[in-house]
Ligand binder design. Structure first.
Ligand code: SF4
Length: 268
């Protein structure tokens, strides 16, 4: 199902009613409120034993091609915080850190081919200061965009268990609730799509929206969920998701967010 979104239904930056509702939701979720604090609580999380063991074992078995980078910047091996602009109108939700990507570097979509694809696209639209993302101290800035994930620890073979997604849900919910100017959520893949629906503080439309590349759904509260194939190598190297197809999705996100004419807010 694809829903067209009347402009008047969209949340405007600074709309107070919704922000108040979100604050109320968050106040009622004491644990989540605490987890919404930057880095500290999240990066100390050890709730999923399987994932803790895996994320830490990756640091002990670094492939030769990453050893130079690890020597310079270290190996993160902890839950990865969300990254981007706290005034974002667009939230991009991925699956999870890659074992030797974000799990190594400590920043979402940083240090792997998925990140190369994603940040190059954001740069083309003026939504990122650089078209590459190498390590967490490389100075990359995002404009109007916030990048997060369904799961904050790398899962073996990129396959999280349902209980691990449930344990990690409060972090995603807190991120989404905290973005007071959010207007569009771009879900990268089916797991991200499902995670957004489960985490969205105001529930989801009935019937439950199904994942389909290019679909868009109006969520309660006026934010639009847009679906795309994930930017994984598996999709981009096989041509399932091309740069131009992803640009089409991003252009739609900007249009839905009321940013269609400006293509970005930062880099010029
Ligand atoms: S996946 Fe999420 S809930 Fe599980 S240990 Fe990592 S941060 Fe904690």
């Amino acid at each position: 199902m694809t829903l067209l979104l009347p402009l008047s239904n969209r949340r405007r930056p600074g709309q107070g009613w919704r922000w108040q509702r979100l604050n109320t939701n968050m106040a009622n979720m004491a644990g989540e409120k605490r987890l919404n604090l930057p880095a500290g609580a999240l990066t100390a999380c050890r709730k999923c034993p399987r994932l803790v063991a895996f994320r830490e074992s990756c640091a002990l078995h670094v492939p030769p091609r990453f050893r130079g980078e690890v020597k310079k910047h270290g190996f993160w091996a902890k839950p990865v915080p969300a990254f981007g602009d706290r005034n974002a109108f667009l939230a991009i939700v991925g699956l999870a850190p890659a074992a030797y990507g974000a799990n190594r570097t400590g920043r979402m979509f940083t240090g792997d081919r998925s990140g190369d694809f994603l940040y190059a696209a954001l740069y083309r639209f003026g939504l990122a200061s650089h078209g590459a993302s190498r390590h967490r101290d490389d100075g990359l800035k995002l404009f109007g965009v916030f990048v997060t994930a369904a799961l904050r620890c790398a899962p073996p073979k990129n396959r999280p268990l349902p209980q691990e997604l449930a344990f990690c849900r409060p972090y995603l919910r807190a991120d989404l609730a905290f973005l007071s100017r959010l207007r569009v959520i771009l879900a990268l893949g089916r797991i991200a799509h499902e995670a957004v629906l489960a985490a969205w503080p105001e529930g989801f439309p009935k019937p439950k929206p199904k994942f389909a590349h290019g679909s868009q759904y109006l969520l309660p509260g006026g934010v639009v969920l847009v679906d795309s194939y994930h930017v994984s190598q598996q999709n981009t190297f096989t041509g399932r998701l091309t740069a131009s197809a992803f640009d089409t999705i991003l252009a739609r996100c900007l249009e839905l967010a009321g940013q269609g004419g400006s293509h970005g807010t930062g880099r010029r």
